[in-house]
Design a protein around this ligand. Structure first.
Ligand code: COI
Length: 358
């Protein structure tokens, strides 16, 4: 634990001689395609973290044998920063992302990242690139920390050298319209004993093919079911999934096949605080379909950092589409989304100690 908390690593800062900020069109941000001026990087070799620095955003140069390119020993996080009316930058729940990154690292045989350096790198990046944080109501700075094996060796074994990096992207909404999802009854995102609870790059690669099949059928994303029986709902797309039914706010419980989403936790915390009945239990596909048929699902949405709340318009199951009520009528998801927006923009009291003001 002590090395995870160590803060004696100094971060060197080499600011960019030429900011690209003037070229950014804040009105037309494309998710994940515009990159701020600086990035953080740090190496792990000879059993320790070293060479922590913030440098101008630039391409990487890698040996073709670099381990991550072959066996996918790579993890990442997604987090966001917001700009208040007075121009101050707020990092939303950074401690939760830092903790989860190290949970993923352990599962993937990677060294833990010293929490102090991680936090300091985030804060320093926010200071340097504050101008890149959108001020608009729907804009934010998406932050992408990631860690990958850099050994130049193509034998299969856990890496001995790694690189940890953080870059940031000014973004707008991830989804521009409510999504159509299909309940997946053949492929799986995660298996018991697998890496589903870790934010491992390979989990996302494995999800692409089944998602593409669904997209060919006119859906945007999948609702994943458990790998062994396909009887139970797990997640939706790259997000945790929620349904508001006659029982209350329902979501599957965490386990080794479900990512412990920070937005998921925020939604549950708020629902409990507001006295909304929360039902965290396995949700059978049959049971959900029966509720859909009987009009007992008034709201459904995915929750994740990129989208915050992605309203689900339609759920497809075995050739039949179930349409949910119009988004304007969704009481819970609209309330939670607007509350989270106000909270992260610093307009509300920081009741849960979620905002780190930079
Ligand atoms: C998130 O919502 O945070 C995600 O993981 C989506 C990301 C892969 C773009």
């Amino acid at each position: 634990m002590s090395d995870i908390l160590a803060t004696d690593i100094k971060i060197r800062v080499k600011p960019t001689p030429q900011s690209r900020l003037g070229q950014l069109d804040f009105e037309n941000l494309r998710f994940g395609r515009e990159f701020s001026d600086h990035m953080f990087q740090m190496e792990y070799k000879d059993g320790q973290w070293q060479n922590a620095e913030i440098v101008p955003f630039a391409n990487l140069s890698l040996n073709p044998a670099t381990a991550v390119l072959h066996y996918g020993q790579s993890i990442f996080e997604g987090m966001k920063a917001y700009k208040c009316e007075d121009g101050q930058v707020i990092l939303f729940r950074p401690e939760a992302n830092i903790r989860r990154m190290n949970i993923s690292a352990e599962r993937m045989c990677m060294p833990a990242i010293p929490e102090g350096v991680f936090r300091e790198a985030l804060v320093e990046l926010m200071r340097l690139d504050a101008g890149w944080v959108p001020q608009s109501e729907t804009g934010s700075l998406y932050i992408r920390p990631f860690l990958f094996a850099t050994d130049e060796f193509i034998g299969v074994k856990p890496g001995e050298s790694f690189r940890f990096m953080i870059f940031t992207c000014p973004v707008n909404a991830y989804y521009t319209a409510p999504v159509r999802v299909k309940i997946e009854m053949k492929y799986a995102r995660a298996t018991p004993g697998g890496t589903g609870y870790a934010k491992a790059a390979g989990n996302y690669a494995a999800s692409l093919y089944p998602a593409r099949l669904a997209q060919k059928m006119g859906y945007d994303q999948l609702v994943w079911t458990d790998a062994l029986t396909h009887k139970y709902i797990e997640e939706s797309g790259t997000m945790n999934v929620f349904f508001v039914t006659d029982e209350g706010l329902m979501t599957p419980p965490l386990g080794d096949t479900i990512l412990a989403g920070i937005t998921r936790d925020s939604v549950l915390t708020l629902a409990r605080d507001w006295g909304v009945p929360v039902v965290e239990r396995r949700i059978a596909v049959d049971e959900l379909v029966e509720k859909l048929e009987n009009g007992k699902v008034s709201d459904a949405f995915g929750a994740g950092t990129a989208a915050t709340i992605a309203h689900i318009a339609t759920i497809g199951y075995e050739g039949k589409d179930y349409d949910l009520p119009p988004v304007e009528q969704r009481e819970f998801s609209n309330k939670v989304l607007s509350y989270l927006n106000d909270y992260r923009k610093g307009r509300l009291e920081d009741k849960f100690n979620w905002n780190l003001r930079v």
